[in-house]
Design a protein around this ligand. Structure first.
Ligand code: SAH
Length: 270
């Protein structure tokens, strides 16, 4: 290969990491290890300080979430930032709340990384719906009452965009547990849609706010009375289905004793 210039390219790697619902103890060991050694951590708004504090002293930690600054960071800018850092040989942790593949724009980021030829790895995390079910002692697939779980975004329905509206008719079924991410606050509208789709008004519904954090709260009702449900602090997730019957009652008597360390991390788990 006389005459040709040999170039050594050092390429880093991008890890698309799920941070779980907020409690640092619900991180995977892999997520923890990657955070410890990352050169750059690009995180969303929902990641709490106690998790970000786990990044090593060498790490640059940046918020690229929607609520960061006035407009937030555009998806293209996040992609460009990841790619540029990896091309400089850095190990990048793209930290997303819950699981990166559940309403987390994972596919768009993978497309961008593949187009740029950047190596990447996806590290799963505990998604909010699963954390919320655990928080209220519910089994989403309680075989005595249900046979499937549907993870759905309620966002579009509350935005009132007719063409993109969630097709509740296709989703509502007595044997399904609905796990509604970004449920919005138009519970009356959602109730009407699900009743029109044929669901029983007595179907249990539980709104879980800030699952797996110290601020965790929940409100329980039935589908027929969903409009009476008080919206809770964001982020909140709405679970609807027969599998939720009585679940929250098993926990409501218990006072969750929690302790915080100086950094605000949860010392005794929920
Ligand atoms: N990738 C995330 C979801 C991102 S979409 C995951 O897998 O969990 C953001 C939505 O997730 C919020 O609107 C809310 O519905 C839900 N969510 C995220 N964290 C939550 C938490 N700790 N408690 C309740 N809902 C949460």
């Amino acid at each position: 290969l006389k005459g040709e210039v040999m170039t050594m390219t050092v390429t880093g790697k991008v890890y698309l990491v799920g941070a779980g619902p907020g409690d640092p103890e619900l991180l995977t060991v892999r997520a923890y290890n990657l955070l410890r050694r990352a050169d750059l951590v690009l995180h969303d708004d929902l990641n709490p300080p106690a998790i970000l504090a786990l990044a090593g002293p060498q790490a640059v930690v940046e918020n690229v979430g929607k609520r960061c600054g006035k407009k937030g960071v555009a998806q293209e800018e996040i992609n460009a930032r990841m790619i540029e850092a990896a091309r400089r040989g850095q190990e990048v942790v793209r930290l997303k709340s819950g699981d990166p593949g559940i309403f987390g724009r994972l596919a768009e980021e993978i497309d961008a990384l593949e187009a740029a030829g950047i190596p990447y790895e996806v590290v799963p995390g505990i998604t909010a719906g699963i954390a919320a079910a655990a928080a209220i002692g519910a089994s989403l697939t309680d075989r005595r009452k249900t046979s499937r779980v549907i993870l759905v975004s309620g966002h579009r329905a509350t935005k009132g965009e007719p063409r993109e509206k969630t097709n509740w008719k296709a989703l509502a079924a007595e044997d399904a547990t609905l796990v509604i991410y970004m449920p919005g606050s138009n519970f009356a509208g959602l109730r009407d849609e699900l009743l029109a789709a044929g669901l029983d008004p007595g179907t249990p519904a539980v709104l879980v706010s800030r699952a797996a954090t110290l601020q965790q709260q929940h409100g329980s009702t039935t589908l027929g009375a969903l409009d009476q449900l008080l919206p809770l602090e964001s982020p909140a997730i709405l679970l609807i289905g027969r599998s939720l019957a009585g679940a929250h009652r098993r926990l409501s008597a218990e006072l969750l004793a929690l302790a915080l360390d100086d950094a605000g991390a949860i010392v005794s788990p929920l």
